[in-house]
Design a protein around this ligand. Structure first.
Ligand code: SOE
Length: 387
C-alpha cells in the first residue's frame, strides 16, 4: 500500500522547480512505498502571483506566504527548503523542532556557525534529513565512485576540479532580487565558493576522502553593481572567482577553480583523479560520458598491455550503470532533472530500510567547514588547517 508523504516546498525558483519535479516523478521510475503528495508551497506575499502560478503548474494543493505557519502545519510530513541561503538556518531549525523530515538545498548555511546550530537541532529532533548535493546522483559520477571503490585507481596522487560559468561578466547584471540573489552576500553568504565550489568539495571528499588543509585566493572583478531591491549602486561582497590548493588526508594534492567569468562556460563542472593504476575524468557539460584510463589490472596489479592502454569513453547508459536500469533502454540518455529524482529515490529508500541517505546535514556541515576554511585562507593569504 502506498504511504502518502505530505511535502511542503519553500521557494518557487529554479530549485523549487527541480524538487517539485522530483516529487512528481519519483514513483514513476522507482518502486518506493512512500508517495510524495505536493501539499503546499511557500513564496513571499509580494511574489503571490508567481507563487500561485507555480502551485498551479506543479499541482500543489495550497499556498502559504508565511513559512513559519507552513512549517507548523499538522498535515505536513516533510519540509523542503529551496529558499535563498540566508533562510536555511531558521527554516531547518523550525522544521526540526516541529518534528518534520527535512530536505535542504545546498549550501547548507551562510557559514559554519549556522551549520553547527542546524545540525544540533536536527540531530536532537532525530528527523530524517538530506542535503541536496544532486551531482553525486549523476550516473557517471556514481560510476566514478564505483570505479575508485573497486580499486581500479589505486594510490591517488592528484585530484582536480573546476566549476565555471559566465553569467555575471556584464557590469549591467544587477545584484539581488529573485534571479540574482546569488550575487548578494547578505542573501547568499558567499559567491562561487558556497554556490559552486560547495558542489566540487562535496564530490571531492566523497570520491577522494577528507581535505586536510587549503590555501586560496578569491577575486571580485566587478566591485559595485546596482541592487535590484534598493535600485542603488552598492558594493559587491561576494567572491566572483576562487582558486584553491588542497592537501587530502590520503596524501594526494588537489586543485580547485571556480568562476562566473569563464566566457563560454555555462555549467562546466569537471573532476579528474590520477592514481597509480588508473585515472578518471568527468565533465558535466557532457554528462553521459565517463573517461577512464586503465593502467593496471586491479586484481593482479599487472600493467595492461601497451597497445591496449588509452582513455576509454564510457557511455553511461547501460542498465548495469548506476540508476540507469530505472529509466529507458541502453544508449538512451537522462537529464539534469533526474539527478534530483535519483536523490529523492535514495532518500525514500533510506526511510524504507535501505542505507541512510548521504549527504545528510552532518556531511553538508563538513562541506561548509571546508568552504569557510577556503574563504578564511583567501582573507588571510595563508594555509588553513581543517580538523
Ligand atoms: C548557479 O548558477 C547554479 O544554479 C547553482 O546554484 C546550482 O547549485 C548549480 O547546480 C547550477 O548553477
Amino acid at each position: 500500500m502506498p504511504k502518502p508523504l505530505n511535502v511542503a516546498v519553500l521557494g518557487c525558483g529554479f530549485m523549487g522547480r527541480t524538487h517539485s519535479n522530483a516529487y512528481s516523478q519519483v514513483n514513476h521510475f522507482f518502486d518506493r512505498e512512500h508517495h510524495p503528495v505536493l501539499k503546499a508551497c511557500y513564496g513571499r506575499e509580494e511574489d503571490r502571483a508567481k507563487l500561485e502560478a507555480f502551485a498551479k503548474t506543479w499541482g500543489y494543493e495550497s499556498v502559504e506566504t508565511d513559512w513559519r505557519k507552513l512549517v507548523a502545519r499538522k498535515d505536513i510530513d516533510l519540509v523542503d527548503c529551496c529558499a535563498p541561503n540566508f533562510m536555511h538556518h531558521d527554516i531547518v531549525i523550525a522544521a526540526a523542532k516541529a518534528g518534520k523530515m527535512i530536505v535542504c538545498e545546498k549550501p547548507l548555511a551562510m557559514n559554519l556557525a549556522e551549520a553547527e546550530e542546524m545540525v544540533a537541532a536536527v540531530e536532537k529532533a532525530g528527523v530524517a534529513n538530506m542535503v541536496s548535493f544532486n551531482y553525486r546522483r549523476v550516473p557517471a559520477i556514481s560510476l566514478f565512485k564505483q570505479i575508485i571503490d573497486e580499486g581500479r585507481v589505486g594510490r591517488v596522487f592528484h585530484y582536480r576540479a573546476t566549476y565555471n560559468q559566465d553569467y555575471t561578466i556584464s557590469t549591467n547584471v544587477p545584484q539581488g532580487g529573485m534571479g540574482l540573489w546569488r550575487l548578494d552576500s547578505k542573501v547568499a553568504g558567499s559567491g562561487v565558493t558556497g554556490d559552486l565550489l560547495a558542489h566540487s568539495i562535496d564530490t571531492a571528499e566523497w570520491l577522494n576522502g577528507p581535505i586536510q588543509r587549503v590555501v586560496a585566493h578569491t577575486e571580485t572583478f566587478i566591485k559595485e553593481r546596482k541592487h535590484a531591491d534598493s535600485g542603488k549602486v552598492e558594493k559587491v561582497d561576494i567572491d566572483d572567482a576562487c582558486m584553491f590548493l588542497a592537501l587530502f588526508e590520503n596524501g594526494s594534492m588537489g586543485t580547485f577553480e571556480s568562476t562566473r567569468y569563464a566566457r563560454g562556460r555555462k555549467n562546466y563542472s569537471t573532476m579528474e583523479i590520477n592514481g597509480e593504476n588508473g585515472a578518471i575524468f568527468f565533465d558535466l557539460e557532457d554528462p553521459h560520458i565517463l573517461e577512464f584510463f586503465r593502467y593496471a589490472d586491479p586484481q593482479t596489479g599487472k600493467k595492461i598491455e601497451d597497445h591496449l592502454t588509452g582513455w576509454q569513453r564510457i557511455h553511461v547508459t547501460n542498465s548495469e550503470h548506476p540508476y540507469m536500469s530505472h529509466y529507458w533502454v541502453p544508449g538512451t540518455t537522462i537529464g539534469y532533472e533526474h539527478t534530483f529524482i535519483n536523490g529523492l529515490a535514495d532518500f525514500l529508500a533510506g526511510l524504507e530500510g535501505g542505507p541512510a541517505f548521504q549527504p545528510n546535514i552532518r556531511a553538508a556541515m563538513r562541506t561548509q567547514k571546508v568552504c569557510d576554511a577556503v574563504l578564511a585562507s583567501a582573507r588571510k593569504g595563508q594555509w588553513v588547517e581543517i580538523e
